[in-house]
Design a protein around this ligand. Sequence first.
Ligand SMILES: [Fe+2]
Ligand SMILES: [Fe+2]
Length: 248
Amino acid sequence: MSLFAIGDLHLHFQSECPAPMQKTDPVWRNHTQKLAANCARLMSDDDTLILLGDHSWGKNLTQCQRDFQYIMDLPGRKILLRGNHDQFWDVGHTARLNVCYAGKLFFLQNNFAVYRDYALVGTKGACFEGPFYLDKKGRIRDWDHASEAKAEALVRREITRLRLSFEAARASGYNRFLMFLHYPPTNLLERTSAFTALAEEYGAHQVVYAHSHGEAVYHSSIEGNFRSIDYSLVSGDYLRWIPKKLLD
Ligand SMILES: [Fe+2]
Ligand SMILES: [Fe+2]
């Protein structure tokens, strides 16, 4: 029995793909076949797979049905986190999604899941992604302060949601945590953030995140062990569609 993670499948079996990168970058060529083959090779039905958001380009549940079927056909238990492109997922309707897909998919938001003696908590997260203004040598000289203020408001909301999940897990007797975010926990300007502080406050063992696509941004947040917590990026293109094993 093992726990695996990968994010950003950006499926579009029934919808338009608006991302040029997905059409031109070789890493995305046949990515659904590559991921299915890697999951079949590495995983079995008693494993758990966390999918860290940006599941589908579908604009509503109807446009996501074949994408969900693809995910359901992967081996093991599937737990889904909300990404910034998941338009089908109204945060107020998470409980309804969990009723509709009971026994097939679990939607992780304002709740928690369990793996062995760990509570798995997660939310979309948020971080200021710019725009940044660079000098001739590519160094950041300034940034859009209005966008930064908006991002800070989103961070506060997401921290509230995440704290609810930690507290719900704690109230149920769990004190070992893995924390999942769609967005990276820090941006280019930060070494720490409200998310790293929350992970430290609850003693999370790992912080796992996705969302970053392309070589230019793969290494823009925390990786490896930082203040006794393991951080890892698991966006699908970064992992070359090989799910990362988090725990045995
Ligand atoms: Fe994405
Ligand atoms: Fe994203």
